[in-house]
Each structure stands twice: as structure tokens, then as C-alpha cells.
Design a binder for this molecule. Structure first.
Ligand SMILES: [Zn+2]
Length: 397
């Protein structure tokens, strides 16, 4: 037994991150931890604390954070991937790897809707969803984990279709409303079938995003009762203010604010959720690639926007893009706690920001500088090629 344990210890990959200046937990209820050291074993967090209190021996990789902040890797709750690291929407290659340099380590597909020739017959849409789920599980551009395989519901689907999808490994629907189902009653029935079989759902909210899509108003969103009120601030055209506040008040589902939406409406949703003391429902996405393009810094831009104009502390805004999303999406990343994924973004205030610290620079509306990204205990990127340069960057010892 003892021999087995020592053999196991020899094959373990231990990683130590020390000299962390600010530990952002991702947990809304305790966003800042009193800790400067993380120990990870085989890609999972094993211990967090002050260096003198944790066992840092035997590490294969030691990172000196050099006083910068460490947060859970950022999660983009709303993307539209197609195939590998290519998007036909703006015909770009390497877009996901660019988001990694914006601190994003996980992405959630809201439907692979930009696929050229996307099938809309039931066999075809199910096959495409299963293909996307498999393909993105097997291929992680830059190490980014992409949860894809999100079919868009169409008229004529029956409960058995959702049962088949679930049995094949599909865990979520693409945006309800992007297909032929646009009425509340049908959407509600299909969302309920999906939920019964363990498939999560999200719904398009607001005006049409591109020619061919259509308005989904508050009545349809409330009737459908999807798990996520997708882009409550529109994608890009937002609903009238009273409909946005009604959605926050009458629904208990996740309130998703996206970069490619109406910024004023996003701030209204945030303030309404805050007034209701329901900030735990707020999650962030980019809704990209889209007509608005590809935004490698979309999530950090949202953090700066919401914490500078939305009257929430920056450490709380970080939780919207990490722990909140992880909880709603059932992910093991997004929180710095034992047992969670050793997936982190190392940030510092950008060089020459008027803010004196990372948090103050975000609250002043500046973007953070990213100095390193780690996914599952492996360094996935060092100094970001996309953010403004961080004042300090971590060092691999
Ligand atoms: Zn949409």
C-alpha cells in the first residue's frame, strides 16, 4: 500500500504557483481569498493558502506570479463555433487561440449556426450536433475547452429526438428562436423535453441579429423558460427597458450579458439584477463570431465596462465570467478551490493605467494586462499578444 502510494506520488504532476499578489476566487460570496500560493496535482487544485502553510515540495513546475493577480480562467458563455479554429462568419482562422490571449479558457456554444449549409431537417441537425460535440471534445485550439454540439430546435421535433441527442452525449441546445420554433408554447414543450433528458437550453432574446433571424420578446422568453436568458441585452438589438427589467424580475433563469449586445441595456440588466440581490444569475459571453466580428478581448472588455459603469466592484465582475457561469453551466473550472480545475488567468494592471491596482484599473475602465494563462495545470500562454502589456508578468522558474 505504502509502495503504491509512493509510486503514485512519483507519477503525479505537481504544479506550484507562488507569490500571488491577489487571489480572485471566482466565488461571488467570497471573491478575494487570503492566499498567495496554489498547489495543483494532475491538473486539479490540491491546496490554496499562504506559502508557509501549504506543502510546496516535489513540484515539477513552479511559477513565480511576481505579485500579479490570479483568477480562474474566463468562461465565454456564448460563442458560435463552427469547425476547429476557423469561423466562416468573418472568415478568420485562429480566432479561438486569440481568445486564449484574452484570458478565455472555456467556451460554451450557443449553436453552430454559422455552419455553411447548416442542415435543418431533424436527422441532419441531430447529426451535426453530435459531430460538433465530438469534434470539439477532441480538438482544443490552444488548449481552450469548447463545449459544443448545441442543436437549434426546429418544428416537428418530438421527445424521442431529445432522448436520442442526450444518449449521444449532447448536453445543451443552441439558441431557441434561431430555428423554425419561434412561439412560446412549442419552445416551452421542447425546452421541457430537453431538460427532462438533461439537456440545458438558452434562448435568443431581442431583435433579429442578422437578416433571416427574428424578434424574440419577453413573452416568448418567459413562456419558453430556457435555462439561460441568452443575450438579455440583445444580439445586438435589445428589447425595450421595461421588458428587460420584467425578465429579470419574473424569471429566475440566468441573465446573460454579451459583448455584442446593447451596452446600455446590459448595464440596465446588471443594475436590475443587483437591485433584486440576484447577481449570482449574471453570466457573460461575447456572442461571437458575429456580424460585429471576432473579439479576442470581449470578456475582459465586459469586465471593464461593467465594473467601471455598472457600479459593481471589479472582483465581483470577475465572478460573472467565472464562478457564476461555471455554476450555471455545471463546469469544474471557474472557481479557485480544492478539486477544481487548475485553470487560471494571471493579470496585472496594464502599463501606464491610471488605476493604481488591477482592480482599480478595471474600475477606471481600462483593460487588464494578461501575463499568463494556465489550463489544467499546463501553461497555455505567456504574455498576451492581445491585451495591453501587463505591468508585471509571472515567471516560470
Ligand atoms: Zn442570438
Amino acid at each position: 500500500m505504502a509502495q503504491e502510494e509512493s509510486a503514485k506520488a512519483k507519477t503525479q504532476t505537481r504544479v506550484v504557483v507562488r507569490n500571488v499578489g491577489l487571489m480572485l476566487s471566482g466565488d461571488l460570496y467570497q471573491p478575494i481569498l487570503d492566499a498567495d500560493t496554489i498547489v495543483a496535482v494532475d491538473g486539479k487544485i490540491a491546496a490554496i493558502g499562504r506559502q508557509k502553510d501549504v506543502d510546496t515540495e516535489g513540484a515539477k513546475l513552479v511559477i513565480d506570479a511576481r505579485g500579479v493577480a490570479v483568477a480562474p480562467g474566463l468562461i465565454d458563455s456564448h460563442v458560435h463555433p463552427v469547425a476547429g479554429d476557423w469561423t466562416p462568419r468573418q472568415n478568420q482562422l485562429g480566432w479561438i487561440d486569440s481568445y486564449l490571449h484574452g484570458g478565455v479558457t472555456s467556451m460554451i456554444s450557443a449553436g453552430e449556426v454559422h455552419t455553411p449549409g447548416r442542415p435543418k431537417d431533424l436527422v441532419g441537425l441531430k447529426a451535426m450536433a453530435i459531430f460538433a460535440q465530438r469534434a470539439f471534445q477532441a480538438f482544443r485550439p490552444g488548449g481552450v475547452r469548447i463545449h459544443a454540439g448545441a442543436p437549434v430546435i426546429e418544428q416537428g421535433m418530438v421527445e424521442e429526438d431529445f432522448q436520442d441527442l442526450a444518449a449521444a452525449g449532447v448536453t445543451m441546445l443552441g439558441e431557441v428562436g434561431l430555428g423554425s420554433v419561434k412561439d412560446g408554447a412549442t419552445a416551452r414543450q421542447m425546452v421541457a423535453w430537453a431538460r427532462k433528458h438533461g439537456i440545458q437550453s438558452t434562448i435568443h432574446t431581442g431583435g433579429p441579429s442578422i437578416p433571416g433571424s427574428s424578434l424574440i420578446d419577453k413573452d416568448i422568453v418567459l413562456a419558453a423558460d430556457a435555462d439561460v436568458i441568452g443575450h438579455i441585452n440583445g444580439g445586438h438589438t435589445a428589447l425595450p427597458d421595461d421588458q428587460i427589467t420584467t425578465l429579470c424580475e419574473k424569471s429566475s433563469r440566468a441573465i446573460e450579458i454579451v459583448h455584442n449586445g446593447n451596452e446600455r441595456a446590459g448595464l440596465l440588466a446588471l443594475r436590475t439584477a443587483g437591485a433584486l440581490q440576484q447577481l449570482h444569475r449574471v453570466i457573460l459571453g461575447t456572442d461571437s463570431p458575429a456580424g460585429s466580428g471576432v473579439q479576442p478581448l470581449g470578456i475582459v472588455r465586459l469586465l471593464a465596462m461593467l465594473s467601471s459603469l455598472g457600479n459593481v466592484p471589479a472582483e465581483v465582475a470577475v465572478c460573472f465570467a467565472t464562478g457564476n457561469t461555471a455554476k450555471i453551466r455545471n463546469l469544474n473550472c471557474g472557481v479557485i478551490a480544492p478539486g477544481r480545475d487548475a485553470t487560471f488567468v494571471f493579470m496585472d494592471k496594464a502599463q501606464h493605467s491610471a488605476g493604481s491596482t488591477l482592480l482599480k484599473s478595471l474600475e477606471a475602465g481600462d483593460l487588464p494586462g494578461i501575463g499568463m494563462v494556465m489550463i489544467d495545470g499546463v501553461v497555455a500562454a505567456q504574455r498576451s499578444r492581445n491585451t495591453p502589456p501587463a505591468s508585471r508578468v509571472p515567471e516560470i522558474l
